[in-house]
Design a protein around this ligand. Structure first.
Ligand SMILES: *[C@@H]1O[C@H](CO)[C@@H](O)[C@H](O)[C@H]1NC(C)=O
Length: 119
């Protein structure tokens, strides 16, 4: 029975390492575009009306995730946001535009708890 247990353990490890679309529960804060319209780390400027998301530097990975879509869910609603740059935040947290908060019907005055994952 030892061999059987090891095989199950191995299968679990493989499943965990290939599952890239794991949902993350984290805090979403409002992204406030700079007044001078300066571009974000992915090269484009972001406005309140863009459906854009900023992710933490470790997840951003030097730009590897630029342009990818992230689905964010809040209390039964969801929105697809494009990665536009980095936030100053921890791994599980994101910053979203006003358009994202509006679409999710979420209050933007304080961080809200959301689920998010790469598409
Ligand atoms: C991101 O989502 C938009 C809108 O749904 C879609 O048009 C676009 O092709 C997606 N981009 C990627 C890289 O999947």
């Amino acid at each position: 029975m030892r061999g059987f247990g090891s095989a199950l353990w191995l299968a679990g490890m493989v499943a965990a390492s290939t599952l890239r679309t794991t949902e993350t529960v984290g805090q979403a804060s409002l992204f406030i575009p700079p007044l001078n319209g300066a571009p974000q780390q992915c090269g484009s400027s972001v406005t309140d009306s863009d459906l854009a998301v900023m992710i933490s530097p470790d997840v951003f990975d030097g730009g590897a995730e630029c342009g990818k879509n992230v689905t964010v869910s809040f209390q039964g609603r969801s929105v697809v946001l494009q990665v536009a740059g980095e936030c100053v935040c921890i791994t599980s947290s994101i910053e979203m535009t006003m358009a994202a908060f509006t679409t999710l019907n979420a209050p933007f005055e304080r961080p809200v708890t959301v689920n998010w994952e790469f598409d």
